[in-house]
Design a protein around this ligand. Sequence first.
Ligand code: AMP
Length: 214
Amino acid sequence: MYLVFLGAPGAGKGTQAAVISKRLSLAHIASGDLFREAVEKGTELGKKVKGYMEKGVLVPDEVTIQLVSERLDGQDCREGCIFDGFPRTLAQAEALDRMLAARGKALDRVVYIEVPEAELLKRLGGRWVCRKCQTPYHEVTSPPKVAGICDRCGGELYQRPDDKVETVKERLKVYFDQTMPLLDYYQARGKLVRVDGQRSIEDVAEAIISAVKK
Ligand code: AMP
């Protein structure tokens, strides 16, 4: 099964993709995580994308599409995967259709996780992420058992530099301008399912599972 998780920064795409990929035995492709890894390692790709990420704007489509396409060739993606944070533009959505078709596959469902803007700002403000496994936490709503340490792998938690207030605002603007039009694209193709993202992690996960199995 090939799924896209669509939603604003802070909607819970990463959290849900981690839960659902385990439950449904699907690979998890998070473009943002792939870029952050490249930046941390200081690779050529990392050097290319660092500036865009710091500003909260999108990395150019060619770079992003190439990265995701290479990742999709991983053995773990043969039976399906969840795309988290990709596609974010119409050009990326069209490229995704083509890259799946070239492999004899097609997208099954696009899950839109809906969360109001005021709630997104609150969530992104208190977000901490594991440096090693990328599990996200929130100071108030889902704190780790020990401050600064990941419950899952013991890794160090840090605040993403692009979670600063000004950058968050830019990322939300980019989302509303460039990614929201994808809702119409997938609605027109009969792929879109909407899930209320303002409930507990477990409830949202259950809603997603029943929506994609329909
Ligand atoms: P995320 O972790 O998904 O919030 O992504 C963090 C940053 O990585 C974004 O603000 C963009 O700069 C970049 N990025 C991640 N995914 C994409 C994408 N599909 N297209 C363009 N840029 C992306």
